[in-house]
Design a protein around this ligand. Structure first.
Ligand SMILES: [Zn+2]
Ligand SMILES: [Zn+2]
Length: 143
């Protein structure tokens, strides 16, 4: 979705609300299965455009620790001023939203803060239960 500077200059204030299905995969294995909802307001200032943006969607990613797929709600509100030069004749809202979401991503994706991860020996997902080698390991540590 794009908007032109001409339109904002004519209307002084433009409010838009839409679902963007052009934003899909952000980075590898981290994607939106449903269109992202975007609400934004562009307000004309003497030498810039003031942008208020609200982004919401459900992100699907793989846990960095246990590799299981999980979903998380994303809600971002952003407010910033964009100089006319930076705004250009035509402003790409989808691109802006893409960058905003990318910047808000955590360094690590965890299905939950206390994810137990995988057993380094047999690879079992320890969130679903203990494996035998883990018991053996902890016994060895105790000795
Ligand atoms: Zn996990
Ligand atoms: Zn194991």
């Amino acid at each position: 979705m794009t908007i032109t500077l001409k339109e904002i200059k004519e209307k002084k204030k433009v409010r838009m609300s839409f679902f963007d299905d052009s934003i899909k995969e952000l980075i590898k294995d981290c994607k939106f299965n449903e269109p992202v909802e975007i609400k934004c307001t562009f307000i004309l200032k003497p030498d810039k455009v003031s942008l208020n943006i609200e982004i919401s969607g459900v992100l699907s990613a793989n846990c960095d620790r246990c590799l299981e797929n999980f979903t998380r709600n994303i809600n971002i509100t952003e407010k910033r001023d964009i100089k006319f030069e930076e705004f250009g004749e035509e402003f790409n809202i989808s691109e802006e939203v893409f960058q905003d979401i990318l910047l808000s991503l955590p360094m690590k994706f965890l299905c939950s803060d206390d994810c137990k991860g995988l057993c380094p020996i047999c690879g079992q997902n320890l969130n679903f239960g203990k494996c035998n080698c883990e018991i053996k390991n902890s016994q060895e540590k105790e000795i």
